[in-house]
Design a protein around this ligand. Structure first.
Ligand code: PFF
Length: 456
């Protein structure tokens, strides 16, 4: 199957290993690492949860990520084109492409809303709005902001416009250039925050919480949270890594790249934990707050901390930058499909899809406020429904399709060719990867899926 080689020549390719890592790690590292990972770790009791999460990344997330890269690079096209090139025009596997398309657009619709909140919080932090407020007042500030019918929508639309601007500029001049500048900035900010947090008196409590496991605190639900989050944090099951895989040079070592991305993503999640929990413990705040940890608890903590003004501002900047490098990857999935398969120009596709996805995002935002009653379906408001449909249903299905396709449908020789760059690299553990792709990952995914539907 050399067809894809021809396809490759027509497609933009990332410049080299560093660019691939910046771009793919940029997709992986986002609100999932800085907003969600700390709060689910807090909710699930700390270190023991982190150990399970690390196992899920290594045993299930990594094989799915490698499979996505293989499908993308070997297929050499958008999410749908890649499956079509590898499985045939009328193959049922094309379904995998279409549901990933739906998933990436849906995830961006509600992700843009939360990312918009981070923009608002940059402004709030810059104008010192948290100073002198009681914890209850900061909580009230967040609660009334997210239900307002105007401000969160304006913020979401600004965020979506920036996302569109980067994607509009193209794969190399937009996505690659942007991620290569932003990722080091993100790393710099998070290291600064860690230093501040670790040097607070009483920081040890947070470190023990993160690194001293107490398995009695871990529930079955916690194990499933860990597995579900491994998907979200590595951007799996929604076509992102397949689309990015199609921009990877045929000479790059896919497995090594995937391992480095998992490491980068995990390191940033742990650094986010180190930036947050020592401060949370130093100020005697409850770590198991839930989703408000970052938007309510942290501003309170920063307000009491020496240098809190600047660190609060840096924190929300970090959140917004991380969200942006992820949102561009979500938009790229459908832009690549519409521009390559439907023959609409890339720029027009970007504008069209941004408008469509933003409109769904507006509905998500409104469903939390005044229009909650009209926008509640199956007992969930539209925002929660979109989140549930993607995170609990589409992502596991999409991930299972990738891993099953590579494990059972692609010929082993092709997989081997892709992993070893046609025999020019020696890649260890290919047998272990095949085992994980065929059995381990699909079984793990089936368990999360059935659980999330309440069937297990
Ligand atoms: N991995 C991103 C995060 O942790 O915030 C979320 C994400 C990005 C999910 C891209 C899906 C996606 F396609």
């Amino acid at each position: 199957m050399d067809l894809h080689q021809g396809e490759h020549q027509k497609r933009p390719l990332f410049s080299g290993r560093l660019s691939i890592i910046a771009v793919a790690a940029g997709s992986a590292i986002g609100l999932g690492n800085i907003w969600k990972f700390p709060y689910i770790t807090g909710k699930n009791g700390g270190a023991a949860f982190i150990i399970v999460y690390l196992c899920c990344i290594a045993l299930i997330g990594l094989p799915v990520l490698i499979s996505d890269f293989i499908i993308g690079r070997r297929g050499g096209g958008s999410i749908v084109t890649s499956f079509r090139a590898l499985a045939g025009k009328r193959s049922p596997w094309l379904f995998g492409g279409f549901i990933a398309l739906f998933g990436s657009a849906t995830v961006l619709s509600f992700y843009g809303v939360v990312a918009g909140w981070s923009l608002e919080y940059i402004v709030k932090a810059a104008s010192n709005s948290f100073a002198g407020k009681s914890p209850a007042q900061v909580g009230e500030m967040f609660g009334s902001f997210i239900v307002s019918p105007v401000e969160p929508i304006v913020c979401q639309l600004i965020f979506m416009t920036i996302t569109a601007g980067v994607v509009y500029a193209g794969v190399k001049k937009g996505i690659e250039a942007f991620s290569k500048v932003m990722m080091p900035i993100l790393l710099g900010i998070i290291v600064l925050l860690c230093i501040r947090s670790l040097t607070l008196p009483g920081a040890e409590g947070g470190i023990a919480f993160l690194f001293k496991p107490d398995f009695s605190k871990l529930s079955a639900g916690g194990v499933l949270d860990a597995l579900g989050h491994a998907f979200f944090t590595l951007s799996l099951g929604v076509g992102t890594m397949i689309t990015y895989g199609s921009y990877i040079n045929p000479k790059e070592n896919l497995a090594a790249t995937a391992v480095q991305i998992c490491i980068a993503d995990t390191v940033i999640a742990l650094l986010a934990g180190i930036a947050i929990f020592p401060a949370v413990f130093a100020f005697g705040v409850e770590p198991g707050q839930g989703p408000g940890l970052v938007f309510v608890t942290l501003p309170n903590v920063f307000a009491q901390m020496p240098g809190g003004y600047i660190f609060c501002l840096l924190f929300f900047l970090l959140l917004a930058v991380a969200a942006l490098t992820s949102s561009i990857s979500m938009l790229e999935v459908s832009v690549a499909y519409v521009s390559e398969d439907l023959g609409i120009s890339r720029k027009r596709a970007t504008l069209l899809l941004t408008a469509l996805i933003s409109a769904v995002g507006v509905v998500c935002s409104l469903s939390m406020g005044e229009y909650q009653e009209q926008l509640t379906f199956f007992g969930k408001n539209f925002f929660d429904l979109a989140d549930f449909a993607v995170s609990n249903v589409e992502m596991p299905i999409g991930g299972a399709i990738s891993v099953l396709f590579v494990g059972w449908v692609l010929k082993r020789r092709r997989v081997q060719d892709e992993l070893t760059c046609k025999g020019s690299l020696t890649v260890p553990l290919i047998g272990a990867f095949m085992f994980a792709a065929k059995y381990l990952a699909p079984i793990g995914i089936a368990i999360v899926f059935l659980h999330s539907l309440g069937l297990f």
